[in-house]
Design a protein around this ligand. Structure first.
Ligand code: 1GP
Length: 241
């Protein structure tokens, strides 16, 4: 096992909570990155995720190498498409959209990505990605042409996570969608956490320290926040250590 997943498992074993700041190369101003990353270094963030729905390879590479100049935190690709793969990062979430039934996002893109992944030093982390309905249509839904699982279908969400674990995936990511009006409900996080043994990531629509703590208290091992930083520069102050 390579280092990043091993470190995540180790932190969970020590009951440490993990936080990833999501940076979308399509939305971030590169000149603003050095200051932002310095603030992240002073916060409780443990990882930086880079990705978005509409990013070009060059932008992904440029942003990751700029981030790398200013931090020791692990940089993990959270790619919306295979064109975002860059060896500048430390690892990649190899996402299977297991809530959907689009073969491209279950295996097709993975096959295509092999030529881009070959020869890189990226740690590849197989991740079950489960999109949960939040009241609005999200860009993941549009781009992947899949339907999220309704939030009231708790059993289907839990069974999907468990099936992902049994297929050998190493992480489960419960996603409400970027900028979601409501984060993944506590009851869903609790039910999934109780059923799986692999680490649980939760993201989408978390905009306050209270919602962050709520996700942790419900069982999230790693929380991902992106939009809150894009909308409010001072949000980082809420998570300073
Ligand atoms: C999106 O889960 C991430 O894929 C983060 O969501 O941008 O709403 O924080 P937000």
């Amino acid at each position: 096992m390579k280092k990043i997943l091993k470190d995540i498992l180790h932190s969970i074993h020590k009951s440490e909570k993990l936080l990833a700041v999501l940076i979308d190369p399509d939305k971030v101003d590169v000149t603003y990155l050095p200051n932002f990353i310095r603030d992240i270094n002073k916060s409780m963030a443990t990882h930086i995720f880079v990705g978005g729905s509409l990013v070009k390879k060059k932008d992904s590479e440029k942003v990751v190498s700029e981030i790398k100049k200013h931090t020791q935190l692990p940089i993990i690709l959270f790619p919306g498409d295979i064109t975002q793969i860059t060896d500048e990062a430390d690892a990649i979430l190899f996402l299977s959209l297991i809530s959907g039934r689009n073969p491209d996002y279950l295996i097709g893109k993975h096959v295509q990505s092999i030529s881009n992944l070959k020869g890189t030093n990226l740690e590849v982390i197989p991740t079950g990605y489960i999109l949960i309905e939040n009241g609005n249509v999200t860009s993941v839904e549009r781009v992947t042409n899949t339907t999220p699982i309704p939030r009231k279908n708790s059993k289907e969400i839990v069974d999907t996570a468990l099936a992902g674990e049994l297929l050998g995936l190493q992480l489960i990511y419960l996603e409400a969608g970027s900028g979601a009006s409501q984060p993944v409900p506590s009851e869903i996080i609790k039910a999934v956490k109780k059923s799986i043994r692999i680490p649980l990531i939760v993201g989408g629509g978390i905009r306050s320290k209270e919602q962050l703590d709520n996700a942790y208290n419900s069982g999230a091992d790693l929380v991902v926040i992106g939009t809150a930083f894009e909308e409010d520069e001072s949000f980082i102050d809420n998570i300073k250590v």
